[in-house]
Design a protein around this ligand. Structure first.
Ligand SMILES: Cc1cc2nc3c(=O)[nH]c(=O)nc-3n(C[C@H](O)[C@H](O)[C@H](O)COP(=O)(O)O)c2cc1C
Length: 207
């Protein structure tokens, strides 16, 4: 069963807490990063965001999105997913819809990974804005403080024959080769900036 397989491959690898929680104030700001990923690369982006956030005064928990039962225990939530067929993966969309009431009462940020941003030009940046608008439209109750897209990974060796054929056609049309397009500096920079938005430190600096 596909879903079960995905769960097993992600749950062991991605359950993650602040590596040294004892060094933090136990009342420190608690952030959940919930991610959806088919081939693992978005999980690695979630982990990189978590690492960068851990440099701040907060505790981070990273979870495969279908393992999150409730979000009440967190002060802020980051939701991320790979883009598939021009949308977030269904698990991520369902998560926001299911938890929209709770998510409307804490600061939330969204991110997505995609093939489109592997090549930067006006057309692909426009497409990324379309993806961001689609995420904002999932729930009118949840208003993210930031929505950020990142270039992802295309690794044909991990894909089924049909998925590989479909994606090969898309990559040929877009002129993108197989590869890892993740820009770690940009990912870390977003994590640092989003911390200030989620924790409301930004408004304190501006006051
Ligand atoms: C079935 C499938 C559909 C995809 N559809 C899109 C798409 O519509 N637009 C896009 O920019 N990237 C698309 N991608 C590329 C993924 O978003 C990208 O490879 C991402 O980094 C994969 O993340 P993962 O390793 O966490 O699954 C698609 C990938 C797959 C496998």
């Amino acid at each position: 069963m596909k879903t079960q397989k995905r769960k097993e491959s992600t749950i062991k690898k991605w359950h993650f807490h602040n590596p040294d929680p004892g060094s933090k104030n136990k009342d420190s700001f608690k952030i959940l990063i919930a991610f959806a990923s088919q081939f693992g690369s978005t999980g690695e982006v979630a982990e990189a965001i978590g690492d960068a956030l851990c440099q701040q005064d907060c505790t981070v928990e990273i979870k495969w999105i279908s393992d999150v039962n409730q979000v009440d225990a967190y002060d802020a939530v980051i939701v991320g997913s790979a883009i598939q067929y021009d949308k977030w993966m269904p698990e991520a969309v369902d998560f926001v819809k299911t938890h929209q009431k709770a998510l409307s009462s804490v600061p939330v940020a969204y991110f997505f990974t995609c093939l489109t941003l592997a090549k930067k030009n006006t057309k692909t940046e426009q497409q990324a804005l379309v993806y961001a608008d689609k995420l904002r439209a999932i729930s009118s109750q949840v208003v993210p403080v930031s929505v950020q897209g990142f270039a992802g990974v295309v690794d044909f060796s991990k894909m089924s024959f049909l998925t590989r054929m479909m994606l090969k056609a898309v990559t040929t049309v877009n002129g993108v080769r197989e590869g890892d397009y993740r820009e770690w500096d940009a990912i870390h920079a977003w994590a640092r900036s989003v911390y200030f938005k989620l924790s409301n430190e930004e408004s304190k600096v501006l006051e």
